[in-house]
Structures are given as structure tokens and as C-alpha cells.
Design a protein around this ligand. Structure first.
Ligand SMILES: Cc1ncc(COP(=O)(O)O)c(C=O)c1O
Length: 445
């Protein structure tokens, strides 16, 4: 150590050392937005203001902030057992949690692999898909197919199948053997649709073209977000996911749903697979799994996939993959308590019950200046603003800052505002969110 950690060496309010992720460090450090505590639907800012949480933190705090049940569970777990390896050892809570999760996953998708984040869950799902084909003797199936505008975290696997240009272009050639479906958004056909658009199911047929191009025998898996969140809330067209399922099944290609955002009540159901009635072969989860109280992600696999490893691998380790912190005891405790809160407070049903009110409230912003589309599903809304000439993203970022000044946390992607509040919210919070967002939009140049 160069210098001891003493008060003389640690300056208060020095923001220079922390290199912030997905943030303009230069802008932020010139005018920081620091949050110092949180309870229920609100954060408290460093200047003592209540900030209504319109984004569940980062799409994760579904049970609201400071829930005593989860806080206590994590504290108690820290007292009892703070760490166990999960390579060759484990702890009972990890198995109990997997069993509980399997009660929520679609029938026959009972096998749970733990990670620490959504990005790791994505890379894990992709690796399982590749290895699955190999253990079954189809090792030519190595190609992965993602979708334009897809967000699958920031690992090399995730950015390779992902389709957000800024997240890819700085990082070289990425993974080999990846192709992309077109995204499903079309303003001319879909603007201001409430819920799922009628137009666009045919875009799933593009997969047939990729199969024709590459041959099914080279394709391992297709990965999509059932509802694309981070790119700015793209709701799947009616029938689209069903078609993707039919085409993947026909060609022996695994279908992976990235449910990092859509899991745990965001759409008013356990998972999007349940909401849309489409069962993938693998799906990822994170965020709402622990409501963000402790980092955790996971992959749920079809039992047949797990069985293929158990039957097809030589003796010994079946999958050479895992993380030091897979099934971390604190994360398992947080997730177990979070699942109990979902059930005891009926939060998935609450989200479903509130969604018609939500839909009407957010669509009331139609007609405000620069609003070119509003879309919604479950307790999610995207409000797309037109971009300023030569300055894409500027209007969106200004909206984020103005909303924060007015007491509301929103998430922006480029010029699209995303709202995705904790599922505990009341109608009055919806009204407040829409009022602040409307005033912010009106005040933008
Ligand atoms: C669909 C999806 N996949 C993966 C991720 C990455 O998760 P994490 O940031 O926990 O790595 C996200 C994060 O927003 C996401 O929305």
C-alpha cells in the first residue's frame, strides 16, 4: 500500500477516483447526483430531497427500497455464514432457493445455474447452449444469433449477440460466428400502440433466412429479450415470439430468453415466458431475483439440457464453468427473502392489476412536444422523444437531469425515457410520475 487509509489521506467529496460505468464521468463529476438512502418508493438525495423511484433503481428494485424482510435476512446470513465456495462444496440455502425458483419457472425448466449479474447469466446461457450441442455430438452447432438493438449485458458474449452499436464498436471484432435478426420496432407501423403491436410478427421469419444462409446444423442458439428493455422498451409484436419458438424448434436451435428485466413481476407475471405463453429452452434472470439488494443472476435450463450433460459427459465435472461467487450465501438469503415478499405481498398480481391504469396514464402524454411514440407493457413504459438535429441523446439526458431536479428518477436510453417503477407503487405515484415527466418534457427545448 502506498499510503495508509487515514482521514488525512481520504478527502471528503473527492469524486475523481471512481471511474463510473455507462456514465459521462466529466458531466457527472461537474454536477453529481448522489443518493444517500432509500425507503419504499423513494431515494433520498445528498441534498436532502425525496426522489421518487421511476426506474426501480436500474430495473431491479421490484419490492421497493429498504424492505425489512430482505434487510434482516441478509444481516442474519452475514452473522451465520458469509461465504462458501460452490465448486465442490455448497450450502443448503442454494439448493432451497433453486427449488423455490423452480416452482416459478415454466414446467420442466427446473435446473438453476447461479451467476452474479445479468451479463454473467447471458454468457453462461450462451456457453451452456454451445456445450449442450457438443455433449450431444452436434459440435458443428456453434453459431449464435442475437437481434439488432438487443441488450445482453457487457461480457464479450453479451455484446457479440447484442445489437446496440455504441456497446460494440469500441471493442474489436467480438465473437466469431454471430449473426443478428432485425429488431421489431417500426414507428410508422406501431407508434402509440398500447401493449403488443399488431404489426411485426413476420420479422421472426427472418430467422428462416439466416437458417438458409448458415444452415441449421451450424446454429446453436437464438437469444432475445422477450421485451427489449435497455434499448428503449420494444414490446414484441403479437405472434412474434411464438413464431421464433416454432422456427427454432423446427431446426433444433435452442431458444434463449434474456429475462433479466422481464423476470419477477415486471410484466405482471413471474416471467415473460408465462406472460406470452412461450417456453424457451434456457432463460436468464438477475435484477428482480434479489430486487438488487445483493448482486445475483441465474440461468434456468430445461431439464432435458441438464440431463444431456449428466448423461453425455464423461465422468467428472460436467460443465467447466462457474464463478467464485456463484450461489453466494448473502445473495441466496436476499433472493429467498425477496421471493417470499413477492408471494406474501402479491406483487406480481399487483403489477398486473395496476397495468391498465399505468397504460392509460402514460399514454396521456401523447401530444406533448417532441413525443413521437409511447409504448407500454406490464409496469414498463417507453416515451420516445425526437432527437435534436445533430445531437442524438441530448434531449433524453436533459430530461433525466431535469426529472431528478424535480424529484423523479427516470432511465434514459438515447432520447427514449423508460419508466419501470417498483411494483409496490400506488396509483398516486403513477400520477406523480406522469405529472413530473410531462412537465419535464414540456420544459425541454
Ligand atoms: C436484458 C438484459 N440482459 C443483461 C443485462 C445485464 O445485466 P447486468 O448489468 O446485471 O450484468 C441487462 C441489464 O440491464 C439486461 O437488461
Amino acid at each position: 500500500m502506498n499510503k495508509p487509509i487515514t482521514t488525512a489521506n481520504v478527502q471528503p467529496n473527492d469524486l475523481s477516483q471512481f471511474w463510473m460505468p455507462f456514465t459521462s464521468n466529466r458531466e457527472f463529476k461537474a454536477a453529481p447526483r448522489l443518493l444517500v438512502s432509500a425507503k419504499g418508493m423513494h431515494y433520498k438525495s445528498h441534498d436532502g430531497r425525496d426522489i421518487l423511484d421511476g426506474s426501480a433503481g436500474l430495473w431491479c428494485v421490484n419490492i421497493g427500497h429498504g424492505h425489512p424482510k430482505v434487510v434482516e435476512a441478509v444481516k442474519a446470513q452475514t452473522d451465520t455464514l458469509e461465504f462458501t465456495p460452490s465448486f465442490q462444496f455448497s450450502q443448503p440455502l442454494s439448493f432451497d432457493l433453486a427449488q423455490k425458483l423452480s416452482l416459478m419457472t415454466p414446467e420442466g425448466m427446473d435446473r438453476i445455474f447461479y451467476t452474479n449479474s445479468g451479463s454473467e447469466a447471458v454468457d453462461t446461457a450462451l456457453k451452456i447452449a454451445l456445450a449442450y450441442h457438443r455433449v450431444r455430438g452436434e459440435s458443428s452447432r456453434t453459431r449464435l444469433i442475437g437481434r439488432a438493438r438487443g441488450y445482453h449485458g457487457v461480457g464479450f458474449g453479451g455484446i457479440s449477440v447484442g445489437g446496440i452499436p455504441a456497446n460494440r464498436k469500441f471493442f474489436g471484432p467480438l465473437m466469431n460466428g454471430v449473426d443478428h435478426l432485425p429488431h421489431t420496432h417500426n414507428l410508422a407501423e406501431q407508434a402509440f400502440t398500447k401493449g403488443q403491436p399488431e404489426w411485426g410478427a413476420h420479422l421472426a421469419d427472418e430467422l428462416e433466412n439466416l437458417v438458409a444462409l448458415h444452415d441449421a446444423s451450424t446454429i446453436a442458439a437464438v437469444i432475445v429479450e422477450p421485451m427489449a428493455g435497455s434499448t428503449g422498451v420494444l414490446v414484441p409484436p403479437k405472434g412474434y415470439l411464438e413464431r421464433l419458438r416454432a422456427i427454432t424448434e423446427k431446426h433444433g436451435i435452442l431458444l434463449i430468453f434474456d429475462e433479466v428485466i422481464t423476470g419477477f413481476g415486471r410484466l405482471g407475471s413471474s416471467f415473460a415466458s408465462e406472460y406470452f405463453g412461450v417456453k424457451p429452452d434456457l432463460f436468464t434472470m438477475a435484477k428482480g431475483l434479489t430486487s438488487g439488494y445483493v448482486p445475483m443472476g441465474a440461468v434456468a435450463a430445461d431439464n432435458l439440457i441438464y440431463d444431456a450433460f449428466m448423461e453425455g459427459s464423461p465422468e467428472g465435472i460436467e460443465l467447466f464453468h462457474g464463478y467464485t461467487y456463484s450461489a453466494h450465501p448473502l445473495a441466496c438469503a436476499a433472493a429467498t427473502a425477496t421471493l417470499e415478499v413477492y408471494e406474501e405481498e402479491g406483487l406480481f398480481q399487483r403489477a398486473a392489476d395496476l397495468s391498465p391504469y399505468w397504460e392509460e396514464a402514460v399514454h396521456a402524454m401523447k401530444g406533448l412536444p417532441n413525443v413521437i411514440d409511447i409504448r407500454n407493457i406490464g409496469l414498463v413504459a417507453g416515451i420516445e422523444l425526437s432527437s435534436r438535429e445533430g445531437a442524438p441523446g441530448k434531449r433524453g439526458m436533459e430530461a433525466c437531469i431535469k426529472a431528478y431536479e424535480a424529484g423523479l428518477m427516470i432511465r434514459v436510453t438515447g432520447d427514449i425515457i423508460a419508466l419501470s417503477p417498483p411494483l409496490i407503487l400506488e396509483k398516486s405515484h403513477i400520477d406523480e410520475m406522469v405529472e413530473i415527466t410531462s412537465n419535464v418534457i414540456k420544459a425541454l427545448e
